[in-house]
Design a binder for this molecule. Structure first.
Ligand code: SF4
Ligand code: SF4
Ligand code: SF4
Length: 326
């Protein structure tokens, strides 16, 4: 990734009078951490960065930031746009949110970055523990070159890459104003791990998920990091009626996860962020990918491919099967 090209493009975007600010990445203040940054002037552009450490989705900041900016009565009068850097999965998230009416495309200026995948923070922090100083990482010829305190370390990409990125189907942003760099081909769909789970008898599946969900501490990091979990009033916080109790036990944890899985059905864009941030390593992508596979097989639908296509569960066709209705 040519950082200078990214900064030049950011400067051009900020030079447009309709752009209010740009959301991008900058180095964090600790070790491998990267922070989001909100840039308003061309002079601030040099702090922008992009590397395999940029794992968080900036789309989240758009919906957090966007909410106060988009009260219904102001929607039409708001002339300013927000510029945003997106990878392939972010672009799908944006498309999906636009299709749902959560964000107006008129308020966005999207700069796309073809993505070669991100590093799993847990893996790199385990490999290089106690690394407080900011580091540099570049990908070269199948390796990550990691520079810590002027010392270079070479690690094969496969050892550190986030699992979701190894099977990413859409690394190149699908919808953007500008694309920085060459398009990257995606992987074909791969569901071998899900087929193994599907083949298990129901008792074994039940036991598997019981073991997983009993470990959940309900920190809600998975929900908070998800670009598609942007509802104003999340069902988990409702008290009247209280759909999900606040007690952390296996039954309530099941309720949380099943509710969330169904709320993401036909909407999840497989960015893997929820699984990456889980502090107790619950394999949430198995659940998400099972839903993704079912949605593909049953409805021939993939989330976030086109902002003009209505969301799966908002559509109805007269010939839809209805055998399940009694
Ligand atoms: S899921 Fe795809 S687009 Fe998203 S970070 Fe991984 S490789 Fe990049
Ligand atoms: S991030 Fe993990 S521990 Fe936290 S609520 Fe989600 S599944 Fe549970
Ligand atoms: S459920 Fe997980 S994988 Fe799906 S969009 Fe949300 S964070 Fe990404």
């Amino acid at each position: 990734m040519d950082i200078q090209k990214l900064r030049d493009e950011a400067k051009r975007a900020l030079g447009r009078k309709e752009i209010e600010y740009l959301i991008g990445y900058k180095k964090g203040s600790y070790g491998f951490r990267i922070s989001p940054c909100f840039i308003e002037t061309k002079e601030e552009v040099d702090q922008l960065t992009f590397s395999p450490l940029c794992s968080l989705s900036l789309v989240n900041y758009l919906t957090i930031e966007g909410k106060p900016l988009l009260p219904a009565d102001e929607k039409k009068s708001k002339a300013k746009k927000v510029a945003l850097l997106v990878r392939g999965c972010d672009s799908r998230a944006l498309n999906q949110i636009i299709a749902e009416g959560g964000i107006s495309p008129d308020q966005l200026y999207v700069i796309g970055i073809p993505c070669s995948g991100v590093i799993d923070l847990k893996k790199i922090e385990a490999r290089f523990p106690h690394t407080p100083d900011p580091v540099d990482v570049v990908e070269e010829n199948g390796n990550y070159i990691i520079t810590i305190n002027d010392q270079s370390h070479t690690v094969p990409v496969d050892e550190l890459k986030a699992e979701t990125c190894k099977t990413c189907q859409y690394p190149t942003p699908l919808t953007c104003k500008k694309l920085i760099g060459d398009k990257r081909a995606g992987n074909p769909p791969q569901y071998e791990d899900i087929q193994i789970l599907e083949a298990q008898p129901p008792e074994e599946k039940w036991q598997f998920w019981q073991n997983q969900f009993s470990r959940c501490i309900r920190c809600y990091a998975c929900r908070n990091s998800c670009p598609l979990c942007y509802c104003d009033g999340c069902i988990l916080e409702k008290l009247k009626p209280q759909w999900v109790k606040r007690s952390v036990d296996t039954n309530e944890n099941f309720m949380f996860h099943i509710t969330r899985a169904f709320h993401l059905a036909g909407r999840c864009i497989s960015c893997g962020e929820c699984e990456r941030v889980c502090p107790v390593d619950i394999p949430l992508m198995k659940l998400n990918r099972k839903m993704e596979k079912d949605v593909k097989e049953l409805f021939d639908f993939e989330a976030g491919l086109d902002p003009e296509v209505k969301p799966l569960l908002n559509t109805f066709a007269i010939e839809d099967p209805e055998d399940f209705i009694l």
